[in-house]
Design a protein around this ligand. Structure first.
Ligand SMILES: CC(C)(COP(=O)(O)OP(=O)(O)OC[C@H]1O[C@@H](n2cnc3c(N)ncnc32)[C@H](O)[C@@H]1OP(=O)(O)O)[C@@H](O)C(=O)NCCC(=O)NCCS
Length: 273
């Protein structure tokens, strides 16, 4: 690793949303500029510039109950292995420490190589799945559900409240909260694909039925991030034509906080938890 302590870590502002999007797009991630605005408005985003170009980022998004999510750890390809990610994640951890927050993140395999040495410990495993769809939707959208119902189910699963985040998602023009039987999910726009999550259900059959209803009402590619321990759900998705793109490892830095009362079938996304 080349010493880079002379390159300052700065805190980014909402005017950096477009530059952040350039970095996440370079990594072929699905975030939109609106997602960047969530981090820049509700969280603390650190960055490193090379001249005027933003070349590296990491975000800390505080939630309730002394929890925070670290994400958007991105370094442009030409600037990697110079310690930038390590310094930016350190800045997030220091900001979390000052606020007494336990930090969580969902790591790509590359990211896990950075976070392990910093003291993060693995918790649950996720799988990113994709359904390729093109052409006409086959069915109308399933019935809309109230935002409060989703927030309450999310709070039970996470063990803490994320109403601010889910409300921001729900207000976007392309977002819908839908439910069938005992299952409920949010679907929102992404840069290249629509994204389902979080998704809660009483059992795998109900979760699969809701995903199927959503898929039939969509006309483009869809992503979701399934909890890997939901074996029957994963098996049902792959049978239905979904393909596993990559694993994510959830990791925690700091003491365990309140445990959730149910395991979601799909999370809000690796960048949001
Ligand atoms: C993962 C990523 C953020 C790392 O950024 P970086 O600035 O190169 O990381 P650092 O220089 O701080 O690396 C610190 C250590 O992590 C490990 N590491 C980093 N990248 C690695 C890789 N691709 N493979 C194996 N180990 C790696 C090394 O031990 C490295 O120390 P070393 O260079 O002295 O060997 C960058 O590769 C990236 O943007 N990847 C695409 C997006 C992504 O996956 N982000 C992580 C999301 S969770």
């Amino acid at each position: 690793m080349v010493a880079t302590d002379d390159v300052p870590v700065i805190q980014l502002g909402v005017e950096d949303a477009a530059a952040g999007l350039v970095l996440s797009t370079e990594a072929h991630w699905n975030q939109t500029e609106e997602d960047w605005r969530v981090f820049l408005h509700q969280g603390i985003v650190f960055g490193i510039r090379n001249g005027s170009q933003l070349v590296a980022t990491a975000a800390l998004l505080p939630y309730s109950g002394e929890n925070a999510w670290i994400s958007m750890v991105l370094v442009t390809a030409s600037q990697r292995r110079r310690g930038f990610a390590t310094r930016l994640v350190d800045a997030c951890l220091e900001a979390a420490r000052k606020r007494g927050l336990t930090s969580w993140l969902d790591a790509t395999p590359d990211g896990a190589a950075v976070y392990g040495p910093l003291g993060f410990t693995p918790t649950l495993q996720l799988r990113r799945l994709r359904l390729e769809k093109s052409g006409q939707a086959l069915a109308p959208a399933p019935s809309a559900a109230p935002r409060d119902a989703l927030c309450e189910r999310d709070r039970r699963a996470a063990g803490f409240d994320r109403t601010a985040l889910l409300s921001a998602f729900a207000q976007r023009p392309g977002s819908r909260i839908i439910s069938t039987k005992g299952a409920i999910a949010l679907i929102r726009d992404g840069r290249t694909a629509r994204h389902i999550g979080p998704l809660f259900a009483n059992d795998a059959a109900d979760a699969l039925a809701l995903v199927d209803a959503i898929a039939r009402s969509e006309n483009g590619p869809i992503l979701l991030d399934a909890v890997a321990s939901q074996d029957a759900f994963l098996a049902g998705l792959t049978t239905a034509g979904w393909t596993i793109e990559r694993p994510f490892q959830r990791m925690r830095f700091g003491p365990a906080t309140a445990a959730g009362e149910e395991v979601p079938f799909a999370v809000a996304g690796p960048e949001f938890g």
